[in-house]
Design a protein around this ligand. Structure first.
Ligand code: V0V
Ligand code: CO
Length: 160
């Protein structure tokens, strides 16, 4: 399926696109990766979480100590051998895994994207980091990059 053809077909645009949210890196050892980015760039760990639905352990790192208005890097480590993230590590190795965009309404963004002919993975949004709601577009429909949509919880100070 040619990306060029798909793109020339696009009539709609994602509503409520707020900006980049985070870049996701697949790592085999979360603590080692955290230490690496702390030492190398001085990034701050602003959040850690295990997401059992996604079967990942996650750390969100920011250029800012309190996270507010910082640029974010999400380190994700698989929690199960049969998880999608572990399959990624086995097939492709550690490295860039996804690019996430913040949207004001993940449901309407998903609907529009589906309408544009790209595969949105979930029928309904699922639980993401810090109480957010997330969905994904298949990397084969975006030129090779897994695209995540994030709608932050209303009460999240990092919202927007
Ligand atoms: C797979 N492929 C990728 C890829 N994952 N290409 C680029 N980026 C990725 N992340 C390629 C793979 O090399 C194959 O290409 C092809 O896609 C099919 O691979 P597969 O191993 O058979 O994979 P699938 O199709 O079973 O699974 C791929 C999808 C899966 C995208 C459907 O990874 C998925 O459901 N992802 C969404 C959930 C997720 O990734 N969660 C972890 C982050 P070749 O080699 O055949 O050409 S959780 C997160 O970000 C959270 C919680 C948050 O931010 O809050
Ligand atoms: Co993510």
């Amino acid at each position: 399926m040619s990306m060029t053809r798909r793109h020339s077909d696009l009539r709609a645009r994602v509503p409520g696109l707020l900006g980049f949210d985070h870049v996701g890196i697949a790592v085999p050892d979360l603590d080692a990766a955290i230490t690496f980015y702390r030492d190398l760039l001085g990034l701050h760990v602003i959040h850690r979480e295990e997401n059992l639905d996604q079967q990942v352990a996650e750390a969100m790192l920011s250029t800012r100590e309190n996270g507010l208005l910082g640029s974010q890097l999400q380190l994700v480590m698989p929690l199960a051998e049969d998880s999608v993230l572990n399959r990624f590590l086995m097939r492709r190795g550690a490295g860039l895994h996804h690019v996430a965009y913040a949207v004001s309404d993940v449901r309407s963004a998903s609907t529009i994207l589906r309408h544009c002919g790209v595969r949105v993975l979930y029928d309904a949004p699922r639980a993401g980091t810090r109480g957010s709601q997330i969905n994904f577009v298949h990397p084969k429909d975006t030129g090779g990059v897994l695209l995540e949509l994030v709608e932050h919880a209303a009460a999240d100070p990092h919202n927007g």
